[in-house]
Design a protein around this ligand. Sequence first.
Ligand code: PHE
Length: 465
Amino acid sequence: MATVRTSIHGYWSSRFAFVLAASGSAIGLGNIWKFPYMAGENGGGAFVLLYLVCVALFGVPVMMAEILLGRRGRSSPMNTMRVLAAEEKCSSSWNLLGLMGVLAGFLILSYYSVIAGWALDYVVEIGSGSFVNVTRDEAGEVFTNLISSPRRLLFWHTLFMVLTMVVVARGVSKGLEIAVRLLMPALLFLVLVMIAYAMVKGDFYAGLKFLFTPDFSKLSPGVVLKAMGQAFFSLSLGMGAIMMYGSYLPRDASIATTSFQVAIVDTVVAVLAGLAIFPIVFANGLEAGQGPGLIFNTLPLAFGQMMGGVFFGAIFFVLLVFAAWTSAISLIEPAVAWLIEKFSISRLWSSLICGGIAWVIGLGTVFSFNNWKRIELFNDTFLAGKSFFDLLEYTTSNIMLPLGGVLICIFAAWFMREPSRRDELQIVNEGAYHVWRFLARYITPLGVILIFLHAIGILEKLHIT
Ligand code: PHE
Protein backbone atom coordinates (compact mmCIF):
# COMPACT_ATOMS: atom_id res chain seq x y z
CA MET A 1 0.00 0.00 0.00
CA ALA A 2 2.38 2.69 -1.15
CA THR A 3 1.18 6.16 -0.34
CA VAL A 4 2.53 8.64 -2.80
CA ARG A 5 2.37 12.13 -1.39
CA THR A 6 4.54 14.97 -2.50
CA SER A 7 6.20 17.77 -0.57
CA ILE A 8 5.37 21.27 -1.77
CA HIS A 9 8.56 22.52 -0.16
CA GLY A 10 10.98 20.40 -2.22
CA TYR A 11 13.32 17.46 -1.47
CA TRP A 12 16.89 16.76 -0.41
CA SER A 13 19.08 15.95 -3.38
CA SER A 14 20.09 12.59 -1.87
CA ARG A 15 20.06 10.50 1.28
CA PHE A 16 23.48 11.91 2.09
CA ALA A 17 22.10 15.44 1.89
CA PHE A 18 19.50 14.46 4.46
CA VAL A 19 22.13 13.01 6.80
CA LEU A 20 24.05 16.26 6.47
CA ALA A 21 21.01 18.40 7.15
CA ALA A 22 19.83 16.29 10.09
CA SER A 23 23.36 16.31 11.52
CA GLY A 24 23.42 20.07 11.00
CA SER A 25 20.25 20.27 13.03
CA ALA A 26 21.52 17.94 15.73
CA ILE A 27 25.03 19.35 16.10
CA GLY A 28 24.82 22.78 17.62
CA LEU A 29 25.01 24.61 20.89
CA GLY A 30 23.56 21.48 22.48
CA ASN A 31 26.82 19.61 21.90
CA ILE A 32 29.43 22.24 22.48
CA TRP A 33 27.81 24.65 24.92
CA LYS A 34 25.17 22.66 26.76
CA PHE A 35 26.51 19.09 27.02
CA PRO A 36 29.72 20.11 28.81
CA TYR A 37 27.99 22.41 31.29
CA MET A 38 25.25 19.89 32.01
CA ALA A 39 27.87 17.20 32.60
CA GLY A 40 29.79 19.67 34.78
CA GLU A 41 26.76 20.54 36.87
CA ASN A 42 25.53 17.00 37.25
CA GLY A 43 28.54 15.09 38.37
CA GLY A 44 30.40 14.20 35.14
CA GLY A 45 30.72 10.47 34.41
CA ALA A 46 27.38 9.35 35.79
CA PHE A 47 25.59 11.98 33.71
CA VAL A 48 27.57 11.03 30.59
CA LEU A 49 26.72 7.36 31.04
CA LEU A 50 23.02 8.10 31.51
CA TYR A 51 23.11 10.35 28.49
CA LEU A 52 24.56 7.58 26.32
CA VAL A 53 21.94 5.13 27.54
CA CYS A 54 19.18 7.65 26.74
CA VAL A 55 20.53 8.22 23.22
CA ALA A 56 20.50 4.48 22.55
CA LEU A 57 17.19 3.58 24.19
CA PHE A 58 15.13 6.64 23.39
CA GLY A 59 17.03 8.72 20.85
CA VAL A 60 17.40 6.28 17.99
CA PRO A 61 13.86 4.81 18.17
CA VAL A 62 12.27 8.27 18.38
CA MET A 63 14.38 9.55 15.51
CA MET A 64 13.27 6.64 13.34
CA ALA A 65 9.65 7.26 14.29
CA GLU A 66 9.94 10.97 13.47
CA ILE A 67 11.46 10.39 10.06
CA LEU A 68 8.91 7.67 9.37
CA LEU A 69 5.96 9.97 10.09
CA GLY A 70 7.53 12.93 8.33
CA ARG A 71 8.24 11.08 5.12
CA ARG A 72 4.80 9.55 5.05
CA GLY A 73 3.04 12.88 5.67
CA ARG A 74 5.29 14.97 3.41
CA SER A 75 4.29 18.25 5.04
CA SER A 76 4.82 20.31 8.20
CA PRO A 77 4.41 18.30 11.44
CA MET A 78 1.02 19.90 12.12
CA ASN A 79 -0.37 18.83 8.76
CA THR A 80 1.49 15.55 8.77
CA MET A 81 -0.18 14.61 12.03
CA ARG A 82 -3.58 15.72 10.74
CA VAL A 83 -3.29 13.76 7.50
CA LEU A 84 -1.84 10.63 9.11
CA ALA A 85 -4.37 10.62 11.96
CA ALA A 86 -7.17 10.70 9.38
CA GLU A 87 -5.52 8.06 7.21
CA GLU A 88 -4.96 5.72 10.14
CA LYS A 89 -8.48 6.46 11.45
CA CYS A 90 -7.31 8.02 14.71
CA SER A 91 -8.58 10.99 16.69
CA SER A 92 -7.92 14.42 15.26
CA SER A 93 -6.45 15.43 18.63
CA TRP A 94 -3.13 14.14 17.31
CA ASN A 95 -2.90 17.58 15.70
CA LEU A 96 -2.03 18.92 19.12
CA LEU A 97 1.25 17.07 18.92
CA GLY A 98 2.24 19.21 15.94
CA LEU A 99 1.11 22.30 17.78
CA MET A 100 3.16 21.49 20.85
CA GLY A 101 6.19 20.97 18.61
CA VAL A 102 5.75 24.36 16.97
CA LEU A 103 5.46 25.98 20.38
CA ALA A 104 8.58 24.20 21.63
CA GLY A 105 10.41 25.36 18.49
CA PHE A 106 9.57 29.00 19.17
CA LEU A 107 10.53 28.77 22.82
CA ILE A 108 13.83 27.01 22.17
CA LEU A 109 14.80 29.28 19.30
CA SER A 110 14.08 32.33 21.46
CA TYR A 111 16.88 31.52 23.89
CA TYR A 112 19.05 29.63 21.42
CA SER A 113 19.45 32.85 19.48
CA VAL A 114 20.60 34.77 22.57
CA ILE A 115 23.26 32.16 23.37
CA ALA A 116 24.39 32.01 19.74
CA GLY A 117 24.68 35.78 20.14
CA TRP A 118 27.26 35.21 22.90
CA ALA A 119 29.27 33.16 20.42
CA LEU A 120 29.03 35.96 17.84
CA ASP A 121 30.30 38.43 20.41
CA TYR A 122 33.19 36.12 21.19
CA VAL A 123 34.29 36.05 17.55
CA VAL A 124 34.92 39.77 17.84
CA GLU A 125 36.24 39.58 21.38
CA ILE A 126 38.82 36.87 20.67
CA GLY A 127 39.61 38.18 17.19
CA SER A 128 40.53 41.56 18.64
CA GLY A 129 42.97 39.95 21.04
CA SER A 130 41.06 40.54 24.29
CA PHE A 131 42.14 37.20 25.67
CA VAL A 132 45.84 37.18 24.89
CA ASN A 133 47.57 35.94 28.05
CA VAL A 134 44.67 36.86 30.30
CA THR A 135 44.23 35.35 33.75
CA ARG A 136 41.28 33.23 34.69
CA ASP A 137 39.61 36.15 36.44
CA GLU A 138 40.17 38.56 33.56
CA ALA A 139 38.60 36.08 31.16
CA GLY A 140 35.65 35.70 33.50
CA GLU A 141 35.22 39.45 33.58
CA VAL A 142 34.86 39.66 29.80
CA PHE A 143 31.97 37.20 30.02
CA THR A 144 30.30 38.95 32.95
CA ASN A 145 30.52 42.27 31.12
CA LEU A 146 28.83 40.76 28.10
CA ILE A 147 25.90 39.17 29.88
CA SER A 148 25.28 42.17 32.08
CA SER A 149 24.79 44.42 29.08
CA PRO A 150 21.25 44.06 27.68
CA ARG A 151 22.16 46.27 24.74
CA ARG A 152 25.01 44.09 23.59
CA LEU A 153 22.97 40.93 24.06
CA LEU A 154 20.09 42.45 22.15
CA PHE A 155 22.32 43.45 19.27
CA TRP A 156 23.75 39.95 18.81
CA HIS A 157 20.40 38.25 19.39
CA THR A 158 18.89 40.40 16.64
CA LEU A 159 21.76 39.72 14.26
CA PHE A 160 21.57 35.97 14.79
CA MET A 161 17.80 35.92 14.31
CA VAL A 162 18.15 37.86 11.06
CA LEU A 163 20.82 35.43 9.82
CA THR A 164 18.55 32.49 10.62
CA MET A 165 15.58 34.01 8.86
CA VAL A 166 17.61 34.79 5.74
CA VAL A 167 18.36 31.10 5.25
CA VAL A 168 14.85 29.97 6.18
CA ALA A 169 13.35 32.49 3.76
CA ARG A 170 15.46 31.08 0.93
CA GLY A 171 14.25 27.52 1.57
CA VAL A 172 16.11 24.98 3.60
CA SER A 173 17.95 23.00 1.00
CA LYS A 174 19.74 25.88 -0.72
CA GLY A 175 22.81 26.90 1.18
CA LEU A 176 22.25 24.55 4.05
CA GLU A 177 23.81 21.56 2.34
CA ILE A 178 26.96 23.46 1.47
CA ALA A 179 27.22 24.98 4.92
CA VAL A 180 27.01 21.61 6.62
CA ARG A 181 29.26 19.81 4.16
CA LEU A 182 32.15 22.22 4.61
CA LEU A 183 31.75 23.74 8.02
CA MET A 184 30.91 20.76 10.20
CA PRO A 185 34.15 18.94 9.35
CA ALA A 186 36.01 22.20 10.00
CA LEU A 187 34.39 22.49 13.43
CA LEU A 188 35.28 18.90 14.20
CA PHE A 189 38.86 19.58 13.18
CA LEU A 190 39.10 22.56 15.53
CA VAL A 191 37.59 20.59 18.40
CA LEU A 192 40.37 18.03 17.78
CA VAL A 193 42.96 20.83 17.85
CA MET A 194 41.52 21.90 21.21
CA ILE A 195 41.77 18.35 22.50
CA ALA A 196 45.41 18.20 21.42
CA TYR A 197 46.00 21.45 23.30
CA ALA A 198 44.13 20.10 26.33
CA MET A 199 46.33 16.99 26.28
CA VAL A 200 49.50 19.01 26.36
CA LYS A 201 48.59 21.99 28.51
CA GLY A 202 45.48 20.93 30.39
CA ASP A 203 44.96 18.35 33.10
CA PHE A 204 43.88 15.69 30.65
CA TYR A 205 43.81 12.90 33.16
CA ALA A 206 41.48 14.83 35.47
CA GLY A 207 39.24 15.61 32.49
CA LEU A 208 39.07 11.96 31.43
CA LYS A 209 38.41 10.84 34.95
CA PHE A 210 35.65 13.38 35.41
CA LEU A 211 33.88 12.40 32.19
CA PHE A 212 34.30 8.66 32.28
CA THR A 213 34.30 7.46 35.88
CA PRO A 214 30.69 7.48 36.98
CA ASP A 215 30.20 8.61 40.54
CA PHE A 216 26.76 7.22 41.23
CA SER A 217 26.44 9.09 44.49
CA LYS A 218 25.88 12.17 42.33
CA LEU A 219 22.78 10.67 40.77
CA SER A 220 19.32 11.87 41.65
CA PRO A 221 15.95 11.66 39.91
CA GLY A 222 16.53 15.21 38.66
CA VAL A 223 19.82 14.25 37.04
CA VAL A 224 18.26 11.31 35.22
CA LEU A 225 15.58 13.64 33.87
CA LYS A 226 18.20 16.12 32.70
CA ALA A 227 20.27 13.47 30.94
CA MET A 228 17.16 12.34 29.10
CA GLY A 229 16.18 15.91 28.24
CA GLN A 230 19.68 16.55 26.93
CA ALA A 231 19.48 13.47 24.68
CA PHE A 232 16.25 14.75 23.11
CA PHE A 233 17.59 18.28 22.81
CA SER A 234 20.90 17.31 21.30
CA LEU A 235 19.35 14.98 18.73
CA SER A 236 16.70 17.63 17.85
CA LEU A 237 13.90 15.24 18.77
CA GLY A 238 10.38 15.64 20.04
CA MET A 239 9.35 18.90 18.37
CA GLY A 240 9.07 17.98 14.72
CA ALA A 241 12.40 19.31 13.37
CA ILE A 242 13.50 15.87 12.24
CA MET A 243 9.94 15.05 11.13
CA MET A 244 10.02 18.14 8.95
CA TYR A 245 13.40 17.21 7.47
CA GLY A 246 12.12 13.65 7.01
CA SER A 247 9.33 15.01 4.84
CA TYR A 248 11.95 16.10 2.28
CA LEU A 249 13.63 12.68 2.29
CA PRO A 250 13.61 10.69 -0.96
CA ARG A 251 11.70 7.43 -0.71
CA ASP A 252 14.59 5.11 -1.40
CA ALA A 253 16.62 6.12 1.68
CA SER A 254 16.86 3.78 4.68
CA ILE A 255 15.41 5.39 7.77
CA ALA A 256 17.26 3.11 10.20
CA THR A 257 20.72 3.67 8.72
CA THR A 258 20.31 7.43 8.56
CA SER A 259 19.07 7.60 12.15
CA PHE A 260 22.07 5.67 13.43
CA GLN A 261 24.49 7.82 11.50
CA VAL A 262 23.04 11.07 12.84
CA ALA A 263 22.91 9.78 16.44
CA ILE A 264 26.51 8.58 16.34
CA VAL A 265 27.94 11.75 14.81
CA ASP A 266 26.04 13.92 17.28
CA THR A 267 27.18 11.92 20.29
CA VAL A 268 30.80 11.83 19.21
CA VAL A 269 30.88 15.62 18.82
CA ALA A 270 29.39 16.13 22.30
CA VAL A 271 31.88 13.82 23.99
CA LEU A 272 34.80 15.40 22.12
CA ALA A 273 33.66 18.84 23.25
CA GLY A 274 33.74 17.58 26.83
CA LEU A 275 37.27 16.24 26.28
CA ALA A 276 38.39 19.62 24.98
CA ILE A 277 36.91 21.58 27.85
CA PHE A 278 37.35 19.72 31.14
CA PRO A 279 41.15 19.37 31.08
CA ILE A 280 41.31 23.17 30.77
CA VAL A 281 38.76 23.57 33.56
CA PHE A 282 40.79 21.46 35.96
CA ALA A 283 44.21 22.83 34.99
CA ASN A 284 43.02 26.36 35.74
CA GLY A 285 41.08 25.63 38.89
CA LEU A 286 37.80 26.61 37.27
CA GLU A 287 34.44 25.48 38.58
CA ALA A 288 33.10 22.50 36.54
CA GLY A 289 29.56 23.20 37.68
CA GLN A 290 29.44 26.90 36.85
CA GLY A 291 26.57 26.54 34.37
CA PRO A 292 25.91 28.15 30.99
CA GLY A 293 29.05 30.31 31.02
CA LEU A 294 31.35 27.26 31.07
CA ILE A 295 32.75 27.24 27.52
CA PHE A 296 32.89 31.02 27.44
CA ASN A 297 35.06 31.06 30.53
CA THR A 298 37.25 28.12 29.59
CA LEU A 299 38.10 28.00 25.92
CA PRO A 300 39.20 31.65 25.60
CA LEU A 301 41.78 30.97 28.32
CA ALA A 302 43.27 28.26 26.16
CA PHE A 303 43.14 30.38 23.02
CA GLY A 304 44.78 33.22 24.93
CA GLN A 305 47.85 31.11 25.64
CA MET A 306 48.03 29.18 22.39
CA MET A 307 50.23 30.08 19.44
CA GLY A 308 47.92 31.55 16.79
CA GLY A 309 45.17 31.57 19.41
CA VAL A 310 43.64 34.81 18.17
CA PHE A 311 43.12 33.27 14.76
CA PHE A 312 42.05 29.80 15.90
CA GLY A 313 39.84 31.22 18.62
CA ALA A 314 37.99 33.50 16.26
CA ILE A 315 37.55 30.66 13.76
CA PHE A 316 36.30 28.34 16.50
CA PHE A 317 33.54 30.71 17.52
CA VAL A 318 32.66 31.41 13.88
CA LEU A 319 32.19 27.68 13.40
CA LEU A 320 30.17 27.44 16.60
CA VAL A 321 27.90 30.14 15.21
CA PHE A 322 27.51 28.12 12.02
CA ALA A 323 26.67 25.00 14.00
CA ALA A 324 24.06 26.98 15.93
CA TRP A 325 22.77 28.48 12.69
CA THR A 326 22.07 25.12 11.05
CA SER A 327 20.22 24.05 14.21
CA ALA A 328 18.24 27.26 14.54
CA ILE A 329 16.92 26.86 11.01
CA SER A 330 15.47 23.47 11.86
CA LEU A 331 13.87 24.82 15.05
CA ILE A 332 11.70 27.25 13.14
CA GLU A 333 11.17 25.39 9.86
CA PRO A 334 8.08 23.44 11.10
CA ALA A 335 6.33 26.69 12.02
CA VAL A 336 7.37 28.44 8.80
CA ALA A 337 6.27 25.53 6.60
CA TRP A 338 2.95 25.28 8.41
CA LEU A 339 2.13 28.98 7.91
CA ILE A 340 2.89 28.60 4.21
CA GLU A 341 0.65 25.54 3.90
CA LYS A 342 -2.16 27.01 5.95
CA PHE A 343 -2.36 30.56 4.66
CA SER A 344 -0.60 30.23 1.29
CA ILE A 345 1.66 33.14 2.18
CA SER A 346 5.16 33.46 0.79
CA ARG A 347 8.17 31.90 2.48
CA LEU A 348 9.55 35.36 3.08
CA TRP A 349 6.49 36.53 4.99
CA SER A 350 6.23 33.36 6.93
CA SER A 351 9.88 33.59 7.97
CA LEU A 352 9.50 37.22 9.01
CA ILE A 353 6.48 36.48 11.16
CA CYS A 354 8.01 33.45 12.87
CA GLY A 355 11.38 35.14 13.35
CA GLY A 356 9.63 38.18 14.82
CA ILE A 357 7.73 36.10 17.36
CA ALA A 358 10.84 34.17 18.44
CA TRP A 359 12.78 37.43 18.67
CA VAL A 360 10.22 38.96 21.02
CA ILE A 361 10.16 35.90 23.31
CA GLY A 362 13.97 36.06 23.27
CA LEU A 363 13.85 39.39 25.09
CA GLY A 364 12.93 37.42 28.21
CA THR A 365 16.26 35.59 27.97
CA VAL A 366 18.22 38.76 27.17
CA PHE A 367 17.05 40.25 30.47
CA SER A 368 17.39 37.00 32.43
CA PHE A 369 21.11 37.65 32.83
CA ASN A 370 20.89 41.24 34.01
CA ASN A 371 17.79 43.36 34.76
CA TRP A 372 15.50 40.43 35.54
CA LYS A 373 18.06 38.18 37.13
CA ARG A 374 16.35 38.43 40.46
CA ILE A 375 12.85 37.88 39.24
CA GLU A 376 12.08 34.44 40.46
CA LEU A 377 8.98 32.74 39.26
CA PHE A 378 7.11 29.92 40.91
CA ASN A 379 8.78 30.39 44.24
CA ASP A 380 6.98 27.67 46.09
CA THR A 381 7.51 24.91 43.58
CA PHE A 382 10.42 22.79 42.41
CA LEU A 383 11.05 25.55 39.88
CA ALA A 384 11.93 28.05 42.62
CA GLY A 385 14.90 30.28 41.98
CA LYS A 386 14.87 29.91 38.23
CA SER A 387 15.11 32.86 35.87
CA PHE A 388 12.99 33.16 32.71
CA PHE A 389 15.84 31.58 30.73
CA ASP A 390 16.27 28.73 33.22
CA LEU A 391 12.59 28.07 33.13
CA LEU A 392 12.40 27.97 29.34
CA GLU A 393 15.48 25.84 29.09
CA TYR A 394 14.20 23.43 31.74
CA THR A 395 10.65 23.00 30.53
CA THR A 396 11.46 22.71 26.83
CA SER A 397 14.26 20.13 27.15
CA ASN A 398 13.06 18.15 30.11
CA ILE A 399 9.32 18.16 29.60
CA MET A 400 8.15 19.24 26.14
CA LEU A 401 10.70 17.38 24.01
CA PRO A 402 10.51 14.02 25.84
CA LEU A 403 6.72 14.23 25.91
CA GLY A 404 6.60 15.05 22.19
CA GLY A 405 9.04 12.21 21.47
CA VAL A 406 6.99 9.68 23.37
CA LEU A 407 3.78 10.69 21.63
CA ILE A 408 5.49 10.42 18.25
CA CYS A 409 6.68 6.92 19.18
CA ILE A 410 3.24 5.91 20.41
CA PHE A 411 1.61 7.09 17.21
CA ALA A 412 4.16 5.38 14.96
CA ALA A 413 4.38 2.11 16.86
CA TRP A 414 0.82 1.67 18.16
CA PHE A 415 -1.64 3.74 16.16
CA MET A 416 -0.21 3.47 12.68
CA ARG A 417 -1.28 0.29 10.99
CA GLU A 418 1.34 -2.40 10.46
CA PRO A 419 1.24 -2.26 6.63
CA SER A 420 1.73 1.54 6.59
CA ARG A 421 4.66 1.25 8.96
CA ARG A 422 6.27 -1.52 6.99
CA ASP A 423 5.73 0.22 3.71
CA GLU A 424 7.46 3.36 4.90
CA LEU A 425 10.35 1.67 6.72
CA GLN A 426 11.05 -0.68 3.80
CA ILE A 427 12.28 -3.38 6.09
CA VAL A 428 15.21 -5.44 4.97
CA ASN A 429 15.97 -6.98 8.32
CA GLU A 430 12.96 -8.44 10.17
CA GLY A 431 14.86 -8.83 13.45
CA ALA A 432 15.97 -5.21 13.49
CA TYR A 433 12.42 -4.11 12.75
CA HIS A 434 11.11 -6.03 15.71
CA VAL A 435 13.76 -4.54 17.98
CA TRP A 436 12.72 -1.05 16.87
CA ARG A 437 9.04 -1.77 17.31
CA PHE A 438 9.60 -3.20 20.77
CA LEU A 439 11.67 -0.20 21.84
CA ALA A 440 9.21 2.28 20.35
CA ARG A 441 6.16 0.51 21.76
CA TYR A 442 7.34 -0.27 25.26
CA ILE A 443 10.78 0.87 26.29
CA THR A 444 10.71 4.49 25.15
CA PRO A 445 7.23 5.38 26.44
CA LEU A 446 7.59 3.48 29.71
CA GLY A 447 11.13 4.68 30.28
CA VAL A 448 10.27 8.33 29.73
CA ILE A 449 7.13 8.14 31.86
CA LEU A 450 8.98 6.43 34.71
CA ILE A 451 11.67 9.09 34.59
CA PHE A 452 9.00 11.79 34.74
CA LEU A 453 7.27 10.15 37.70
CA HIS A 454 10.59 9.59 39.41
CA ALA A 455 11.56 13.25 38.97
CA ILE A 456 8.24 14.49 40.31
CA GLY A 457 8.71 12.19 43.28
CA ILE A 458 5.59 10.10 42.75
CA LEU A 459 7.46 6.82 42.62
CA GLU A 460 9.14 7.59 45.92
CA LYS A 461 5.85 8.40 47.55
CA LEU A 462 4.53 5.05 46.43
CA HIS A 463 7.69 3.42 47.85
CA ILE A 464 8.50 2.00 44.44
CA THR A 465 12.11 3.11 44.44
N1 PHE B 1 20.00 19.78 18.50
C1 PHE B 1 20.28 21.17 18.58
C2 PHE B 1 21.57 21.36 19.34
O1 PHE B 1 22.12 20.44 19.87
C3 PHE B 1 19.15 21.97 19.17
C4 PHE B 1 17.80 21.63 18.62
C5 PHE B 1 16.82 21.12 19.46
C6 PHE B 1 17.53 21.80 17.27
C7 PHE B 1 15.58 20.75 18.96
C8 PHE B 1 16.28 21.44 16.75
C9 PHE B 1 15.31 20.91 17.60
O2 PHE B 1 22.06 22.44 19.47
